[in-house]
Design a protein. Structure first.
Length: 294
């Protein structure tokens, strides 16, 4: 009997522990609420989050023809969402996703939603490292997995056409390219050939990425995600490539200088802050950082 009581108590404690890990609300330095870690729909429809979740959910009208097709295919997959309750794009797209999935009768058990942080020291990171090794650089990111747990596609920040149309293409195995292909291409090279290869072949890699690069912010954000994750050498490589892709934009050099400063390579940091001033003699941040290193 005692063993049964102990077992029941243990299970209850486990349930309590698990429930405490879901929909955890915290506040930023300005007192604004945000959720980190695992989130359910109940989390979005309570507290302050409902002020944007329900209006965006109700306003979205999925394409009924596409949803009908999704009903036959989507249930074979699982979806993991990385988002920020502090992020405008997440506030817009996540409620729409719920609307699409519910219309397609997608099993709630096949959906996982993770709230990431936005503070400097854990930028776009989950409280338990949920995003680790998944190349999450923009939120929201919707990743679709097959039954074997293999990623078959992802929607990054915004759909190319619509959430339902993009999901249908992914599930049907049709050609689909999300936004920010330059980041995916570079991450693939890092994964396949290693960071040393990229560093030693900067010109070759940059040349390959040229066709995919649309704006400096693509790799710049990717670099900062790496920098905040303490992958400093890798971040420096990413920022260096960005200076080659956008050699006349001061922001690329400013980011590279910051990464070198974090790495305590003050000579290189100084060199790149001077480059910022060559492009904009009135840049106050570059002047401040140079004075700081004197």
């Amino acid at each position: 009997m005692n063993r049964i009581i102990i077992a029941i108590t243990f299970l209850l404690l486990c349930q309590i522990s698990l429930s405490q890990e879901v929909n955890q609300v915290t506040k930023d330095a300005k007192g604004r609420e945000k959720m980190l870690g695992e989130i359910t729909k109940d989390g979005f429809t309570s507290n302050t989050f409902n002020s944007w979740f329900t209006p965006n959910y109700e306003a979205y009208k999925p394409d009924e023809v596409i949803v009908k097709k999704l009903k036959r295919t989507l249930k074979k997959y699982t979806i993991t969402v990385f988002m920020g309750t502090w992020c405008g794009d997440s506030k817009s797209e996540v409620p729409k996703l719920y609307k699409v999935l519910e219309a397609a009768n997608f099993p709630e058990s096949n959906l996982r939603v993770v709230g990431l942080n936005n503070v400097r020291e854990s930028y776009k990171q989950g409280p338990n490292g949920e995003e680790k090794d998944l190349n999450i650089h923009r939120v929201p990111t919707f990743i679709v997995y097959n039954k074997r747990g293999k990623e078959v596609g992802r929607i990054v920040e915004h759909p190319v056409e619509s959430l339902e149309a993009d999901l249908l293409k992914i599930c049907r195995g049709k050609s689909y390219e999300h936004k920010y292909q330059v980041v995916s291409q570079l991450d693939h090279i890092f994964t396949k050939k290693g960071a040393s290869y990229v560093t030693e072949n900067l010109e070759k890699v940059t040349s390959k990425l040229q066709a995919y690069s649309k704006s400096l912010s693509e790799l710049n954000t990717y670099g900062y995600v790496l920098l905040r994750a303490k992958a400093t050498s890798k971040a420096i490589t990413v920022f260096t490539i960005n200076t080659k892709l956008f050699p006349t934009d001061k922001n690329c050099y400013d980011s590279l200088a910051e990464a070198y400063f974090v790495a305590k390579n003050y000579e290189k940091a100084t060199e790149n802050y001077h480059k910022v001033l060559e492009l904009d003699a009135n840049d106050t941040n570059a002047k401040t950082m140079l004075a700081k290193m004197q």
